[in-house]
Write a protein that binds this ligand. Structure first.
Ligand code: ATP
Ligand code: BTN
Length: 321
């Protein structure tokens, strides 16, 4: 982690969006100008757009609002760790489930190996998005994990609504969509059972102000900056509201199960009443989306009537457009 200290200090200085020369940065941090130039290259590899103007120095293409562990800790009841540079916040918690209290959170500025469902990559450039994971010990065990993952999506959209950010929808099982493009992804992973309880790690990556030039994403995506004015997105506040809302929703789910959540999920369904197709390996089924049921299955109106489908290997796609 130490190797990143200088890079993070450079970013903190540059985060205001002002110019600063290599010489000044070197003096501040007690390293040579050549070392600064090397660190700047490393920072660019994290997906940050920094440029240099002769005679003026370095500048970020847009100011950065960095996450602040003391602000997060002050407003959260659950233990939280900010680890700016990490492989994957999900993996970090999975490696520590035996030491963690249920509700513990890990949050990062950059993931070198961010992952999505089915081993796909989650593109995670530094500072522009949110990457966080929560450990949850689910007393009801594995059988309740499917419902839990739907509850997570509802909680995150409702957290945005609390902040006045409207128009974000859900795609079954738990992606967040804005104007038919992917805004955030949720990945729930399990690390064994303890007694009857399931040890789950719930990860969420949400795009906030990701650069249009970002490479490596294979489908249309959206950023929260389209929903809200960029200047009004406070990353620390957003993380706090999401974590607290998620914690409350998970506690409610443990007590009441899916009742109540089905209607809340259906209200937010991106495809409700629209033609969709479900892809299950080589099989494709088309029909009209009818929301979900109490088991968390997706409902599809086909020529055989309303049918329910459940399982981790199903992909849902809109057929319009
Ligand atoms: P499904 O599981 O229903 O097929 P999906 O197509 O969204 O849904 P996932 O495996 O859930 O697929 O998510 C991974 C997808 O997300 C990949 O297509 C990947 O390119 C894309 N992706 C990766 N990083 C980001 C990001 N930061 N923002 C939006 N999408 C991303
Ligand atoms: C998906 O849509 O496929 C799920 C994406 C989940 C991404 C988040 S970012 C924080 C956490 N750490 C990871 O490595 N993945 C999840």
């Amino acid at each position: 982690m130490k190797e990143h200290t200088i890079k993070l200090a450079i970013l903190k200085t540059l985060s205001t969006g002002d110019f600063i020369s290599g010489e000044e940065l070197g003096e501040q941090l007690g390293v040579s100008r050549a070392a600064i130039s090397k660190h700047i290259k490393g920072i660019q590899d994290w997906g940050i757009d920094i440029f240099r103007v002769q005679g003026k120095g370095y500048q970020l293409s847009q100011p950065l609002q960095l996450l602040d562990e003391s602000i997060l800790k002050a407003s959260l009841n659950a233990p939280v760790e900010l680890i700016p540079i990490i492989d994957s916040t999900n993996q970090y918690l999975l490696d520590r489930v035996n030491e963690l209290e249920s509700g513990s959170v890990c949050i990062a500025e950059y993931q070198a190996k961010g992952r999505g469902r089915r081993g796909r990559e989650w593109v995670s450039p530094f500072g522009s998005n949110l990457y966080m994971s929560m450990f949850w010990r689910l007393d009801a065990g594995m059988a309740a994990a499917m419902g839990l993952s739907l509850v997570v999506g509802v909680a995150i959209v409702e957290a945005l609504e609390k902040l006045g950010l409207n128009g974000v929808k859900l795609k079954w099982p738990n992606d967040l969509y804005y104007q038919d493009r992917k805004l955030a992804g949720i990945l729930v992973e399990m690390s064994g059972q303890a007694g009857g309880a399931a040890n789950l790690v719930i990860g969420m990556g949400m795009n906030l102000m990701m650069s249009e030039q970002t490479e490596g994403i294979t489908q249309p995506w959206a950023s929260l900056a389209e929903v809200a004015d960029k200047e009004h997105i406070d990353r620390n506040q957003l993380a706090i509201t999401m974590i607290n809302t998620l914690n409350n929703a998970l506690n409610d789910y443990e007590i009441y199960g899916m009742s109540g959540f089905v209607e809340r999920w259906n209200r937010l369904d991106n495809f409700l009443g629209r033609p969709i197709k479900l892809i299950m390996g080589p099989r494709e089924i088309t029909g009209i989306a009818k929301g979900i049921n109490e088991q968390g299955a997706v409902l599809l109106e086909t020529e055989n009537g309303v049918e329910s489908f459940i399982g981790g290997e199903i992909s849902l796609r809109g057929t319009e457009s």
